[in-house]
Design a protein around this ligand. Sequence first.
Ligand code: SF4
Length: 359
Amino acid sequence: MTENAVQDLLTSLTGKALRGETPTREEAAALLGTADEDVLDVVAAASRVRRRFFGLRVKLNHLVNMKSGLCPEDCTYCSQRLGSTSEILKYSWITPQDAARDAGRAVQAGAKRVCLVASGRGPGDRDITRVADTVAAIKESTPDVEVCVCLGLLKPGQAERLREAGADAYNHNLNTSEEHYREICSTHTFDDRVATLKDAQGAGLSPCSGAIFGMGESDDDVIDVAFALRELDPDSVPVNFLIPFEGTPLGGRWELTPHRCLRILALFRFVFPDVEVRLAGGREIHLRGLQPLALHLANSIFLGDYLTSEGQPGAEDLEMIADAGFVVEGVEEATLPAARHDLVAVRRRGAGTDLPANT
Ligand code: SF4
C-alpha cells in the first residue's frame, strides 16, 4: 500500500470510529495488511479514538483462579485441558475467604475489577452457590470492586443466580472465528459460547467477551471474530495472545510478531471505539519491548499473574503505565463513556438490576 493509501485508510477508520460506525471488511483487511514500517501511524490513528473515549486512563483487572486444571474439555490452547501435560498447579475450589483475601490484595494494588475464574465445561448448581458466596465475601470487604465471573457454559437460571448474588459481569470469550473454532475445540461449539454470553447479558450481567490470537488464524478469522463480537455488543473485550504452553497441542507455536499484535489491537479499537478493550494474556511475551505502545490502543490490562502463568509483576506494570504517560483509573471513575454507560444501565434495569456507578 502506498503512503497516501495508508493515510487515507487511517483517516477513514478514525472518522468512522469517532462517529461510532463499524469499519468495512475491506478496511479491516487493509489495516491488518499494513506494513511494519507503518505501525506507528496505525497506533497514532487508533490512539486518537482511545483518547477520545477513555482519555489516558488505564483500568486494572486481577484474576482470581478459583479452580485450576482437571478440565474435561479439549481446547487446544489451554494448559488445563483434558490430557494436558503442562506443568501447572492443579487444585479444586479455593474457599470464598481465600478468594476475598486475594481480591482485597489486588484492590490495594489498584485493581478495579476482579475476575473469578474456574476451569471446566461449566458450573454445577453447587459451584454457583460457592461462587455466589465468594462474590458476597468480596463485596463485603471491598464493596466498590467490580466482580466478573468466568465459569464456562451456563445452564438456564445460573446467570440469574450470579446476578442476584451481586456479580457485575460475566466473561466468556468467543476466542476465534466460527470457521476456525472447530480446529481448536471439539467438545463444545462456537454457538454454545454465543448462547452463554447472551444468557448472561439477558440476566443483566455486563457481557465481557474477547479472543485469543496466534492459534493459526487467518486475517479473515481475525476480522470474523471481531465482527461477531461486535454483534454481541460486549462492554469489555479482552485481547489475548497465545501463551504456547508445552504439553498442549499448540505448545511451541510462535507465529505472532509485536507489530502484528499492535495491528490486531488497533483493529479492535476501531471496531470497539467506546468499549473497554483489555490487553490480556501473552502481552509480555508477544509485544515485548513494544508493550507500552499497546497502552495507546487498549484502555485496560490484567495486572500481574494470569491463569496458569505468571505475568509481569504488578509493580513493573504500574511503572510502565506511568512511564508511558498514562494514569491508573480510580474506583470512583466510570470506565465507559457516558453514552455507553447509560445504555448499559438501561439494559440492566430491563433485567431488574442496577449498574454500579463505576462500570
Ligand atoms: S478453556 Fe476452559 S473449557 Fe477449555 S479446556 Fe481450558 S478450562 Fe477447560
